[in-house]
Design a protein around this ligand. Structure first.
Ligand code: ATP
Length: 874
């Protein structure tokens, strides 16, 4: 349907219908007819493709080929066993990848854009994908336009169309239906296009085109290719993996050469070397990182932190500064008017009705200069500040809806956080208009020339009024001033500069927005974790300080900086003091960029919150941009790495804790896999140097790799956080994977594991124990189980953690043990695994040798704990 060509009658019909919007039923029919309002996505991998991808690795292909060749020449039973193990390995890989992909998809759905439409006569928030042609959409600053919309009511709407036309200056819109049918895109003033951003004002419009039919859809094919973002750890692991693979291939070549010289069958040696390469090359590590991050992100949603960009999960643990908005994040955003100032007096809100005249004008201003609305069911819609003012004026019999009949709103200059005020115009008669302005107290005082008192208009003592507001702010109240002006006609030039001047000051209100209780605890946790909390607010410095004190944000040697002072500081001068400032007050959103830059230049890793339309650049340039789920605009959410579903500061700190836990567990997984691989390689590589035959067969190597790397390794990612995880400083984002002894541990634990296995082989051969190979097989497999148990904590002993604190890992441990015993003792499995039953004494020897690694790791942890304690006390 081409709405651009509609006749004026049809458009007028639609305008009338727009009051009611579509009915749910009609919208449902249209959704079926026109399809969802979505851009086509690039085809996702099918389940089959995902499964086949598991066999893409070159070494796996070589292994399969070698196994088939050896089966044709030798025993096909061996080949089948090897192939089954390779398939099982692929199945585990596939299940994990599938779960991760589903988790990422679910996160994407949760972060999907919503829009406000009128359905069945009521403003309703729906998923943008459900919008259909004919829907009436309400737009406001901060919205990403959800479809191509013909505007029918506009109030100062400006749209940033850079995504469509490349033009970075926002375009002013109006509602002339016939104006721009044949205009080029950028000149069509009564259309709002999908994907562009409402940067100022408000509007109402009818959807004309959705999905791929929109102007954005036409060019969208170019934008579909999303580049997969690799996390810093994945990049480093991929690079390291390549180098390691070369080293392992060299070792495998030596293993093959040595075996060949010793007269072992060449095909068996080839298969052994390839199996070793498959088992030891950690090609799956980057994928494991993605899986851990995706599953971690899935868990974080339950704690109200919605991750939009996966790398953020990994980097959260490196955050050193959390710069947070005050209102709603550190405070409850449940505003309540407690006191008012009018005509030189302070009045408690409960006593307002007893007062006379001037309060009436103040209450009138509160009711009329107000964007909140009340629904039929009695609940309010709007900003909490507006709702608080609506509620108090209504309580004192100044009901907005009724008053609007006598004082209809005919124009407005919307609020913006840079100007810190808003103005509405109301018509009394053809020759009588009143404007009400409300906003930050100092802004209103500056714009006022007199004051309305009980004796009528009189001079204003600005210093006195301001100091009374400061006294109120000291008690943590949020101050908002009110003023008015009478007009004979609506001003032609409706700009803030022209209109918000020569005002008559009416008074101010003090609103309580109590700090969140949990924010105080979170601030304390931040400090113990070496993370500095910083408050950034558009509010008054005194109010900000009072709230910061209640939450203990303001450190003893820390300062408050106002937006005005910040503006004057050069970046160099600011950098010198940025680490000593914990409150920024009366700042504009644009100034957040300067704060981030200065902190980053000082080597800090910054998380920054934001909710408004102007916060997007700061959210993008912060190391972790955090948007508000409840109060945040589409634009801020789109720019953010993470969305707080409950707008709560404590959620950020929980997310940092979770990020640290996830990263720790990835490190533990890397350590576990690499030590296990080192153990396997060293066993096979070193045995010939002690004059021993090749200790293991290919099937053994592949089995050990399957059962140890599979379930127990993955269960490590379920490990709860280390007890003192929030008592240590943040990890440096550039820190090597092998920091904190990881590299050293891999080498010595690998040597210990290899040593125990070779000892089992040497002892078995020397003492004439026929099942020596089964012993090596068992020792190597169970050593890895001991290793995974001890590795659960990098610092604490497993005994203080308790075996039951990671049930999946305990389950994986027991299952692996049972499976290993089955390969030895279940008769029909023995020929497949080429094992022989172990006697009780042989089994005991194996168990003792296998526990060496566990004991070794626990002892080293104990020594390190002791050393740390002595270092601390000295
Ligand atoms: P924060 O920056 O902590 O999230 P904030 O609401 O104080 O909270 P802004 O939204 O930038 O920050 O507002 C800046 C100032 O503008 C406020 O302190 C207040 O004085 C004034 N103000 C806020 N909301 C309104 C409003 N709805 N109408 C008029 N003035 C407002």
């Amino acid at each position: 349907m081409n709405w651009h060509c509609k006749s004026i009658n049809e458009i007028l019909k639609t305008l009338n219908a727009s009051q009611q919007g579509l009915s749910t039923e009609d919208a449902g029919d249209r959704l079926l007819r026109y399809g969802p309002n979505k851009l086509k996505e690039i085809k996702k991998r099918t389940v089959l493709q995902m499964m086949l991808d598991q066999f893409k690795d070159f070494m796996i292909i070589v292994l399969i080929a070698a196994a088939v060749v050896s089966g044709v020449i030798g025993e096909p039973k061996d080949t089948i066993a090897i192939l089954v193990i390779v398939i099982l390995n692929a199945v585990i890989g596939f299940i994990q990848e599938y779960r991760a992909e589903k988790a990422i998809e679910a996160l994407k759905m949760m972060a999907a854009q919503t829009a406000t439409v009128i359905r069945d006569g009521q403003p309703t928030s729906i998923s943008a994908a459900e919008i259909v042609p004919g829907d009436t959409v309400l737009l406001e600053a901060g919205n990403i336009v959800p479809a191509d919309i013909r505007l029918i009511e506009v109030s100062h709407l400006k749209i940033d169309e850079a995504s469509l036309t490349g033009e970075s200056v926002p375009v002013e819109k109006h509602t002339n239906p016939l104006h721009d049918k044949w205009m080029p895109l950028g000149d069509r003033k009564n259309m709002a296009y999908k994907g562009t951003i409402a940067s100022y004002g408000r509007a109402k419009g009818i959807v004309v085109l959705t999905g791929m039919n929109t102007e954005f859809g036409k060019i969208a094919t170019l934008l579909q290719e999303q580049v997969e973002v690799k996390t810093p750890l994945q990049k480093r692991l991929a690079k390291f993996g390549q180098r390691l693979a070369i080293a392992i291939l060299a070792i495998c070549a030596i293993v093959f050469g040595v075996g060949f010289i010793r007269g072992e069958p060449p095909l068996l040696m080839f298969l052994t070397s390839i199996s070793l390469a498959v088992a030891a090359i950690p090609e799956a590590l980057p994928a494991v990182v993605t899986i851990s991050l995706a599953l971690g992100a899935k868990k974080m949603v339950k704690q109200n932190a919605l991750i939009r960009k996966l790398p953020a999960v990994e980097t959260l643990g490196s955050v050193t500064y959390i710069c947070s908005d005050k209102t709603g994040t550190l405070t409850q955003n449940k505003m309540e008017v407690q006191e008012i100032y009018v005509s030189g007096q302070l009045i408690k809100s409960a006593d307002i009705s007893k007062q006379q005249c001037p309060t009436d004008n103040l209450l009138l201003a509160m009711a009329l200069n107000n964007d909140a609305t009340r629904q039929k069911n009695g609940t309010y819609i709007g900003d909490p500040t507006e709702i608080a003012l609506y509620a108090i004026s209504e309580e004192k019999n100044f009901k907005k809806e009724t008053l609007l009949n006598d004082y209809p709103r005919v124009a407005e200059i919307p609020f913006d956080s840079e100007r810190k005020c808003m103005t509405t115009f109301h018509k009394r008669s053809e020759k009588e208009f009143i404007s009400f302005t409300k906003g930050a107290i100092e802004v209103l005082l500056e714009k006022s020339t007199n004051e309305l008192t009980t004796h009528g208009k009189s001079d204003i003592d600005k210093d006195k009024v301001y100091s009374m507001s400061e006294a109120m702010a000291q008690r943590g109240l949020r101050i908002l001033g009110f003023a008015m002006r009478k007009w004979n006609a609506l001003p032609e030039n409706m700009t803030a500069d022209n209109v918000e001047t020569n005002l008559t000051f009416l008074g101010f209100v003090g609103m309580m927005d109590p700090p969140r209780k949990e924010a105080g605890e979170a601030v304390a946790l931040c400090k113990s974790a070496g993370v500095t909390p910083v408050m950034i607010t558009g509010d008054h410095p005194i109010t900000a300080k009072s709230i910061a004190k209640a939450l203990d944000i303001l450190g003893s040697n820390h300062e408050i900086l106002t937006g005005k002072k910040l503006e004057k500081l050069s970046i160099k001068a600011f950098e010198k003091k940025v680490e000593d400032i914990s409150i920024y007050a009366r700042v504009a959103p644009e100034q957040k960029l300067k704060i981030i830059k200065a902190l980053q230049n000082q080597g800090q890793f910054v998380a920054m919150t934001g909710d408004g339309v102007n916060d997007a650049p700061a959210l993008k340039s912060a190391d972790i941009g955090i948007a508000m789920g409840i109060t945040g605009t589409d634009v801020s959410k789109e720019a953010a790495d993470m969305i707080l579903l409950d707008d709560n500061f404590a959620t950020i700190v929980n997310a940092v804790r979770e990020g640290r836990r996830i990263f720790d567990n990835i490190r533990k997984f890397i350590k576990y896999t690499m030590t296990s691989n080192a153990g396997e390689i060293l066993t096979i590589f070193l045995a010939p140097f002690f004059g021993l035959p090749i200790p293991l067969l290919p099937i053994h190597i592949l089995w050990i790799n399957l059962v140890t790397d599979g379930l127990p390794g993955l269960a490590l990612t379920a490990e709860p956080a280390e007890k003192k995880i929030m008592e240590i400083p943040p990890r440096h984002p550039q820190e090597s994977i092998f920091a904190h002894n990881l590299g050293v541990d891999i080498i010595w634990v690998g040597l210990l594991m290899g040593g125990a296995s070779i000892f089992a082989q040497a002892w078995g051969l020397k003492t004439g124990h026929a099942p020596w190979q089964t012993m090596v097989f068992t020792v190597l497999c169970l050593s890895q189980m001991g290793n995974v148990l001890a590795l659960r904590s990098e610092k604490e002993s497993i005994f203080s953690l308790g075996l039951l604190s990671n049930i999946p890992l305990l389950g994986a441990f027991l299952l692996t043990f049972v499976l290993q015993m089955a390969t030895i003792y279940v008769p029909f499995l023995r020929p497949i695994f080429k094992t022989q039953p172990l006697s009780v004494s042989e089994l005991i020897i194996c168990l003792l040798l296998s526990s060496i690694v566990f004991c070794g790791v626990e002892i080293v942890k104990w020594i390190r704990r002791k050393k740390r304690d002595t270092d601390k006390s000295s």
